[in-house]
Design a protein around this ligand. Structure first.
Ligand code: SIN
Length: 296
């Protein structure tokens, strides 16, 4: 009832692990796959091994999580083994990758074997990477085109909400040949410790995830659905099945869950079984849910 084909990948359900959560080892990706995810996305992987920003790099705030991890990763040269282990979970494994240029992105995509690539042009706190390249439509188009030329795997582009017009960036990805866009990465944010007066994060500022950003993400998905031909994958603040349904009604073909996995590693099984009951009761299919909010 929940199965679908997305950019040529067969998924048993439209629920995926988002990049950045439990995505650094093959073992943790496999564990999430076994907990019912339809696909899993790795932590973002770059050209060189990187230790990331100083701690604290992730803190809980009242309305979610603030992180400024700084793209820590072991380099793509040391990562194929983890993807291979993750495949034992029996679902598609999507490699999230980042780079400072089209050449860096295409070197990684041309070397790693994964079921799809998700281009991180949206991390809000990494100098020279992420949103610093992903806020420029021309660069997003070039990077996407270069990756498409480097791999036969589907290419998804993960967008930043920290721009005036996310549709313009989505259209640039589409012009570059993207098979899908993923919306949204975290919202630029910070917290200050009032005892010391210092910013809480080692990097001073970072990105907000969790329930607080869901309405922001819903609006971005809604707008992208109207503007683009390619599928939109929704992510941002999903914590239960109702949120997943809301994203699909906004125009997401599939969704990703990140922060909420920290509280419940079996959230994918929970969300899919509740969605199935809801759809059975309403006699709705995924296609009936898809983009409902636009039909009014
Ligand atoms: C990080 O590693 O800093 C988070 C990645 C992201 O926000 O895309």
């Amino acid at each position: 009832m929940l199965s679908l084909s997305l950019t040529g990948l067969d998924l048993k359900n439209p629920l995926m692990l988002a990049a950045g959560i439990m995505g650094t080892t093959g073992g943790s990706l496999k564990r999430v796959a076994e907990g019912g995810a339809g696909a899993v996305v790795t932590k973002s992987i770059g050209i060189k091994a990187k230790s990331g920003h100083y701690n604290p790099s992730m803190v809980e705030v009242d309305c979610g999580y603030l992180n400024a991890m700084g793209l820590p990763n072991p380099s793509y040269k040391n990562f194929q083994h983890e993807i291979d282990i993750a495949h034992e979970g029996g679902v598609p494994v999507i490699a999230s990758i980042f780079g400072a240029s089209a050449d860096e992105f295409s070197e990684i995509a041309g070397s790693l074997r994964a079921d799809a690539f998700e281009l991180n042009v949206s991390c809000p706190h990494a100098c020279g990477y992420g949103a610093q390249v992903g806020s420029d439509p021309a660069l997003v188009e070039d990077i996407t085109r270069a990756v498409k030329n480097a791999t036969c795997a589907p290419v998804w582009v993960k967008l930043t909400p920290n721009v005036t017009d996310i549709k313009g960036i989505g259209l640039a990805a589409e012009s570059g040949g993207a098979d899908a866009v993923v919306a949204i990465n975290t919202v630029r944010a910070m917290a200050i410790d009032i005892e010391s007066g210092y910013p809480v994060l080692g990097n001073k500022f970072g990105g907000l995830s969790g329930m607080a950003i869901k309405p922001v993400a819903i609006k971005c998905v809604y707008d992208l659905y109207e503007a683009l031909e390619i599928p939109v994958i929704g992510v941002g603040g999903i914590s239960d099945w109702r949120d997943a349904v809301e994203f699909i009604m906004a125009g997401a073909r599939a969704v990703q869950i990140g922060s909420a996995v920290g509280n419940n590693i079996n959230i994918f099984n929970d969300v899919s079984s509740c969605m199935e009951s809801f759809m059975e009761e309403k006699e709705w299919t995924l296609d009936d849910l898809y983009g409902t909010a636009h039909k009014i």
